[in-house]
Design a protein around this ligand. Sequence first.
Ligand code: DGL
Length: 256
Amino acid sequence: MAQPIGIFDSGLGGLSVLRYAKERFPDEAFIYLADQRRAPYGDRSREEIFSYTNLAVNRLIELEVKGVVIACNTASDVALDRMRELYPDIPFVGIEPAVKPAVASSQNGIVGVLATTGTVTGSRLRSLISKYAGASTVLTQACPGLVELIEDGLGDSKQAEALLREYVTPLVSAGVDTLVIGCTHYSFVADRISDIAGPGVRIIDPADAVAKQIGRAIPIDGTAGLTRYETSGDAVRMRRQLLEMFDEESPVYPSP
Ligand code: DGL
């Protein structure tokens, strides 16, 4: 029997990856697990993020997935390497801020990264910058409060607009010509970020590149094309969110 592919995020952000994954692999079955009860992860301790990620991965393995996508920069930073050690038989795909492609495509050598506090202060982003920045300048900007608004369906609100201006404007003033979306939730406000940054700034969202990576790391042999959604939070609310965001009418099941 064809097994599903598990996709996990603290909340709705990983749906940006799922959307492209479904387009690329329409016959695959997916299980999307959102840890909405414990989101946002960005301001939590590394121990908490590790144990929540482990719990989610265990749940996906219990559901017999053939591979796991950690569609969360923050959880990938903290837990991806250890997950690979703990579950050597499961192929994992993670996500990290797209510093390398941003530096490669920047014309003026000034790049900005928008991410959660956890990702900005974590070791992975620092090592990506020292590995790939070269002569370029890579500026990082933590965006506290943004994930919460997107989780509450307020990505288009005045509050979100004000926060985005607060976070994006200093990077633009510093001269960035390329901005990296370093948190999967921010994909859903990428157009707003682009409006604020202006036409001279290129936005790099790695969601589709991660979806593409699924095909390299996990066997593509599905026949069902179905998606099962689970949340540790309010299932009725997530069901409504799927309808509002994607016009998708689907049951949502509770997860531990
Ligand atoms: N979507 C997640 C990321 O890519 C994390 C958001 C959060 O829970 O803080 O980092």
